[in-house]
Write a protein that binds this ligand. Structure first.
Ligand code: SF4
Length: 220
C-alpha cells in the first residue's frame, strides 16, 4: 500500500481543537518527571501515580534521597508500577549518576545540546529511546518528537507509515515534517495520547467520533 500524505500540522491542529492544551508533563519538578518517565515503561499511568504518591509521602523524590534509599524499600514503594526490580535499579543508577558526577544538580545532568543529552540518557541502564526522548522533551525542554505505542498505532492507521516501522523511522518522519519547536512537540505527543485513549483504541476504535476520520485510511 502506498503511504498517504497528510500534513502533520493538520493532524496537530485538529487534535488541539478537539482536546485543547494538555499541559504536560504531569509532574511537580524535573526529577519527578524523570522518575515518572522510568516508572511508566510498560504500565498505565494510574499505576505510576500510585508509586509517585508513595515516593512523595516517603519524602524520597529527590536524587539524594533516592540514592540513599535501600533498594528493597524503593521496590516496595514503586511496586504498583510493575517490573519493580528493573525499575528500581534504573532509578537508583539515575540518582547515583546525578549525585556523583553532577553533584546532585539536575540542570547540569540535563545540560548540553539535544544529541548530547539524549546520548547521556541512553547510556544509563534501563533507559531506552522512548524514555530518553520523554526526558529530553519534558525535563530538558529540548525539541524532540517522542514515539510511543500510541504514535505508532495512529500513524499506521492514518496510512502514514507501516505498523512495523522502527522507532527511528517514525521519529525522523515526524521531525522532517515539523519545525524543531519544543512547545509543538510537547503538545503533539500529549495530544496523540489523548486521541489514543479517547478514540483510537487498540480494539474497536471510535472512528465516527474521531477528528481525523475523514483523513484516515483505517476508517474509510
Ligand atoms: S479515524 Fe479511527 S483509526 Fe483513524 S485515527 Fe481516528 S480513531 Fe484511529
Amino acid at each position: 500500500m502506498e503511504p498517504v500524505v497528510i500534513p502533520l500540522r493538520t493532524v496537530f491542529d485538529r487534535l488541539l481543537k478537539r482536546f485543547g492544551p494538555q499541559s504536560w508533563w504531569p509532574a511537580d519538578d524535573r526529577f519527578e518527571m524523570m522518575v515518572g518517565a522510568v516508572l511508566t515503561q510498560n504500565t498505565a499511568w494510574r499505576n505510576v501515580e500510585r508509586s509517585l504518591a508513595a515516593l512523595r509521602q516517603a519524602g524520597v523524590l529527590t536524587p539524594r534521597a533516592l540514592w540513599c534509599l535501600p533498594e528493597p524499600e524503593l521496590q516496595t514503594l514503586i511496586r504498583s508500577s510493575g517490573f519493580f526490580q528493573r525499575k528500581s535499579q534504573c532509578l537508583k543508577n539515575l540518582a547515583r549518576v546525578i549525585c556523583g558526577p553532577y553533584r546532585g544538580r539536575i540542570d547540569a545532568f540535563l545540560a548540553g545540546d539535544l544529541l548530547a543529552v539524549r546520548r547521556r540518557l541512553l547510556d544509563q541502564p534501563g533507559i531506552g529511546p522512548e524514555t530518553a526522548d520523554c526526558i529530553v522533551l519534558y525535563a530538558a525542554n529540548l525539541p524532540i518528537f517522542v514515539v510511543d505505542a500510541y504514535t505508532r498505532r495512529i500513524f499506521s492507521r492514518l496510512g502514514l507509515l507501516d505498523a512495523q516501522a522502527s522507532y527511528d523511522t517514525i521519529q525522523q518522519y515526524a521531525m522532517r515534517r515539523l519545525p524543531a519547536d519544543h512547545a509543538l512537540f510537547n503538545e503533539f505527543h500529549a495530544l496523540l495520547v489523548a486521541l489514543a485513549k479517547d478514540c483510537c483504541r487498540s480494539r474497536n476504535p471510535l472512528c465516527e467520533s474521531c477528528p481525523l476520520s475523514d483523513l484516515c485510511s483505517f476508517s474509510s
